[in-house]
Every structure is written in structure tokens, then in C-alpha cells.
Design a protein around this ligand. Structure first.
Ligand code: SF4
Length: 577
């Protein structure tokens, strides 16, 4: 299996392939390889939205060959944080890249006019997208499905109006209901005049020892489907966490003013499953089907019949656009999720920015003069939908500030203490304790998925809080997830892919690594990602922690600033930072 990197330059329309065997041998694939490509291709200090700022996409050696190895990593310089942009998406993209024969793609330059890239195996075309520029992310997918019909295993990724407007937390929609959500990849697409990328693959994958491969595959497949390792993701999906966290007193509500929500039951995974769920679907090469689709039936127009919209939901969306905004009905929640889908905007960031704006409105920091007449109060769903649209249209200075993220908006209008970002990235839905706060602050992309600090807090509720043990566990998770993210598996399957099973799977396709190699690799990949972060100006020692975290009770009671500061100091010492 040749391990190839496809380069595309939008400025001159050139493309070429380089065989990267040494690169993949040393860094495995996925985030390991993408980090090296980013360090090499992205000039230090570059404006993230300039033509010189590259987009790197990468899959891993097991992608579309083993079950639940479904993700693609995107790496770039984030326009939201100004440092490492790293985002993962499922859908069909990893499969399409595998069968097109490319393990990584580097896109640079800027097209002269709105364009989209079509990759069909080795053939790359840059096509005119003027007629779809301005069209929302959902509709764009439908149009490109027709335009690019016919060949191989295909994936369509595209931006909506938010990406076109280069909003720093705009996302890239992948196939149906998947996204490169966080840290603003959509803005890089927009800055390159790149509306979409369509990948179609028709090649075969050759396996050196099919007998051995089949044996390992069967073990992993059985663990995925015949044990309880991934059961919860299929049943209620991650939405199950709404009731769980609410009962634990860790569900962020009204912009983290509370950690319980009196209306949690209405927007819970259980209620959505009982009354709105119509389908569950999967990423390609995953037998789980955790993507939950709800039906929203609304009147098409006054005096007209109903229209039906299909909207995907999960825990993070229910938190950011539900409890965090005090939204009390599933219909209101689904309307807001769909608005983010249409605009192509990261739903976590959007919900956190709206949460800050609602509280700023409540406190008089902003008035209807800034909001242009919208009364942004909790649960005001129609106004929130309008505010999201204005954030993208940017009709005045206030909406332009919101469009730059909560860190910027609160710097301009006040309310820093309740501007819920860590590492300048709007926070996900856990007010569980110091593990979350420290984990999000130190994580390479400031995501709950970097090191799972929220689950350490939940363990501490049972076993008691030991800050040093927690810091050690965060470091271990950061490193071991670096390896898993180099295979680019779905993190929901990380319990299935133990180190021994990863070694077996790699060996069955001819890649020799042992458990110790993988452990060392995880630590090296972490350092390399931090090398990019610090090169671009990130300084862990001067991280801002919003005061609100210390004012609202968590499952571990009120969190002491000294505990968090002590853990951050310990983390830096142990990492030698
Ligand atoms: S578990 Fe869900 S997110 Fe993960 S690969 Fe399967 S369908 Fe995709």
C-alpha cells in the first residue's frame, strides 16, 4: 500500500501526488502526519485566512479497513484562536479518500472565483461554484450530489453562508449530518473561495495477508456489535447525558449560571427518542449508528399544510442550544440546531456566544440598540434564530463582534467573567469540576475530546478528588488519544481498540509497531502539536479562566480557583513546559 499525499494549489490550479512512506512510517497517519504537514506547509505567523495558510486533511492506516475507523482529521491554523486548528469528522470522507488512494490532502492558495474541487482518484478538477455561492450548506449538498453523480465511493464536504463570510467559528458540513465543527475550518474554505470538496474513489485496497486480516477484523467487529462496549451510543446516543448530567448537577444551564435545568426532561435524549426520533444512521464502515435524526413537523406557512424537516441531534447541541439558552421545548431546540446547519456554523460556539449575549442583555451591557431591536432573553427562540442570521450577515458592529467569538465580543462589550471560553474556544457542555476546566485549558484543541477531563470529575465524585492523580490521567489520555487520532478512529470505539488490538490490526496490514512504540509516539505527537501552538503564540501560563466556573456549584461542589491553578502548575511541571 503506497501512502500518498495529494497537493492542490488553488491559485494556479496545479495538483500533484507525493509518496510519503517515511512520513507515515514515522508518524503513523492522521493527526501525527497532519501535524508534520502543517508544521512544514504553514508559514510561522501567517494570517489563517491568507492564501498561504494551508488546509490539511488526513486519514490513518486502518481507515475504511477496520470497523469504526471512520474519521478524517483536518488541521489548519485556527482563525478563532490564532493557533492550532484540529477538527474531526465522520461520514464518508475517510472511505472516499481511502478508495481514491490518498491518505492526506494539502490544499493551499486561493481560487480567483468561487470554486469547488472534485477529486476522482488521481484526477483533480477545480470547477466553477459561482452558481452555488450563497446557497446554504444543506441545499449545497443536494445540488452537488446531482452534479457529481456516478462514480465510486463519494463524499461531499461544503460550507454555508457562515464559511463564505469567513466567520471564525464556521464549520464544514460533511455528507449528511457530520461536520468539521470546531475552530473555524469553514472560514479557511471561504477565504480560499472554496465552496466544497467532492472526493470519489474507485480503487481497491490490497491487503498483504487476507487470512490474518480477516481474523483480526472479526475479533474487532464482534467486540463492536456483540458486546456492550458501544451499546449506549446506538440506543439513546450521547443525548443520554442530558439527564445524567442534570441529576449529577453538572449540566451547564443559562450560560453556566446553574448546573441543573428544570426543563431537562423535555429536551432529554429519552424524550427526543420517544417522541421525535425517526432514524439512526452511521458513518461509513461503522455498524453502530449513533447519529440520531429527529423529525420536526411545522406549518409550512399560515393556512398551509405541514412541512417535515429531519434534524440530527446529540448531547453537545442540546446543551449549547438547549439548556445553556434556557430553551424549554424540543421544537425550539430543533429550530436552533437547524439554523446552525443551514448557516454552516459551529453549534457549540454559536450557543455559547448567544448565552453570553443573553446575559449581557440581562445585565444592561448591551441593549436593543446593539441587538437592533431583538430582546435576547432566555428561551427566545425566534430572536435567537434571527441573531444567528445577523451574526453571519453582520449588519452592525455588535453582530460583527459576536461573529468573532465570545472572547472577542466580551473584550469589546464586557462580561468577561461569564464569557465561557477556554483557550479562546467556546466550551462544551460540562460543568463537572476541575478535570474539565484543566483538561480544556491544556488540551491541544481545547476540546473535551482531547483528554476527557469531564469523566475524571465524574470518577472523583465517587472516589474523591486527587489533583495529582487527575493531572497524571489527563497526560495519559492526551498522549494515548494522540495515537488513536493518528489512526483516526471514532473515539467512541477507543475502549475496543486497546493497545494490543491496535498492534494486531496494524500487523495484519503489514505495519509493524509494538505497544511501546505506540506509547512513545503518543507523547511525541503531543509535543509536536504543542510546538505548533507555541510557535503561533499560545502560552499556557497566561490562560484565562472565566470566573463563572468558580461561582456555580458542580457535582464536586464549588470549584476552588486554587485547585485549578495548582493543577495547571503541576501539569506544566510534569510536561516540562
Ligand atoms: S459511533 Fe457514531 S460517530 Fe462514531 S463512527 Fe459510528 S456512527 Fe460515526
Amino acid at each position: 500500500m503506497l501512502r500518498r499525499v495529494l497537493y492542490i494549489d488553488l491559485s494556479d490550479g496545479e495538483s500533484w501526488v507525493e509518496v510519503g512512506d517515511d512520513l507515515f512510517e514515522e508518524w503513523l497517519g492522521g493527526c501525527g502526519v497532519a501535524t508534520q504537514l502543517l508544521l512544514k506547509e504553514c508559514p510561522a505567523g501567517v494570517d489563517p485566512l491568507s492564501p498561504d495558510s494551508p488546509i490539511i486533511l488526513a486519514i490513518g492506516p486502518l481507515s475504511a479497513i477496520f470497523p469504526v475507523m471512520t474519521k478524517t482529521v483536518a488541521m489548519f491554523k485556527s482563525p478563532l484562536t490564532g493557533e492550532l486548528g484540529e477538527s474531526y469528522a465522520g461520514g464518508r470522507l475517510a472511505m472516499a479518500l481511502r478508495f481514491a488512494g490518498h491518505e492526506a490532502v494539502v490544499i493551499r492558495g486561493r481560487a480567483e472565483k468561487p470554486s469547488y474541487i472534485s477529486i476522482r482518484d488521481d484526477e483533480v478538477s477545480i470547477k466553477d461554484a459561482s452558481s452555488i455561492w450563497g446557497i446554504n450548506a444543506l441545499r449545497t449538498g443536494v445540488i452537488l450530489r446531482d452534479a457529481e453523480a456516478g462514480v465510486g465511493r463519494r463524499s461531499i464536504i461544503r460550507i454555508g453562508p457562515a464559511g463564505e463570510a469567513q466567520i471564525p467559528f464556521s464549520c464544514v458540513t460533511v455528507d449528511t449530518y457530520r461536520h468539521f465543527g470546531r475552530l473555524g475550518l469553514g472560514a479557511l474554505f471561504g477565504s480560499k473561495n472554496l465552496k466544497a470538496l467532492v472526493v470519489s474513489g474507485t480503487e481497491d485496497v490490497s491487503i498483504p495477508d487476507p487470512g490474518r486480516y480477516r481474523k483480526v477484523y472479526n475479533v474487532l467487529h464482534r467486540l463492536v456489535v456483540k458486546t456492550d462496549a458501544m451499546e449506549k451510543y446506538h440506543d439513546l446516543g450521547t443525548a443520554i447525558n442530558i439527564n445524567v448530567l442534570n441529576q449529577l448537577k453538572g449540566l451547564p444551564t443559562w450560560n453556566f449560571k446553574s448546573s441543573t435545568f428544570p426543563h431537562a426532561e423535555a429536551i432529554s435524549g429519552e424524550n427526543l427518542a420517544d417522541n421525535y426520533l425517526i432514524r439512526k444512521i452511521s458513518c461509513a464502515h461503522c455498524p453502530i449508528g449513533c447519529i440520531h435524526i429527529a423529525m420536526l413537523k411545522t406549518s409550512f406557512a399560515p393556512h398551509h399544510e405541514f412541512e417535515v424537516r429531519r434534524i440530527s441531534y446529540d448531547f453537545e447541541l442540546i446543551y449549547s442550544l438547549g439548556s445553556n439558552l434556557g430553551v424549554t421545548t424540543p421544537e425550539g431546540l430543533l429550530e436552533l440546531i437547524e439554523a446552525c446547519e443551514r448557516l454552516g456554523i459551529d453549534a457549540i460556539s454559536a450557543g455559547v456566544v448567544l448565552g453570553w449575549a443573553t446575559e449581557a442583555f440581562e445585565n444592561g451591557l448591551i441593549t436593543s440598540k446593539e441587538t437592533l431591536g431583538l430582546d435576547l432573553v432566555w428561551d427566545s427562540v425566534p430572536f435567537y434564530v434571527e441573531a444567528l442570521e445577523r451574526m453571519v450577515a453582520m449588519p452592525n458592529e455588535f453582530y460583527s463582534a459576536m461573529a468573532k467569538g465570545v472572547e472577542y465580543a466580551s473584550g469589546r462589550y464586557g462580561g468577561r467573567e461569564f464569557a465561557m471560553a477556554l483557550g479562546k474556544n467556546e466550551v462544551p457542555g460540562y460543568h463537572t469540576g476541575p478535570g474539565t476546566i484543566v483538561g480544556l485549558t491544556v488540551g491541544v484543541r481545547h476540546s473535551h475530546l482531547d483528554n476527557g477531563g469531564y469523566s475524571l470529575d465524574q470518577k472523583a465524585v465517587k472516589d474523591g478528588l486527587d489533583p495529582e492523580k487527575m493531572v497524571d490521567a489527563l497526560i495519559n489520555e492526551d498522549d494515548s488519544r494522540g495515537v488513536f487520532n493518528s489512526l483516526v478512529g471514532c473515539l467512541f470505539a477507543r475502549g475496543v481498540y486497546t493497545s494490543e488490538r491496535i498492534v494486531d490490526a496494524l500487523l495484519s496490514i503489514g505495519i509493524e509497531k509494538n505497544a511501546e512504540d505506540l506509547e512513545l509516539l503518543g507523547a511525541r505527537i503531543f509535543k509536536e502539536r504543542y510546538r505548533f501552538k507555541t510557535r503561533e503564540g499560545f502560552d499556557l501560563a497566561s490562560s484565562r479562566i472565566p470566573h463563572r466556573f468558580y461561582k456555580t456549584a458542580s457535582p464536586l461542589g464549588l470549584i476552588e480557583p486554587e485547585t485549578v491553578e495548582g493543577m495547571l502548575r503541576l501539569y506544566r511541571q510534569k510536561r516540562g513546559m
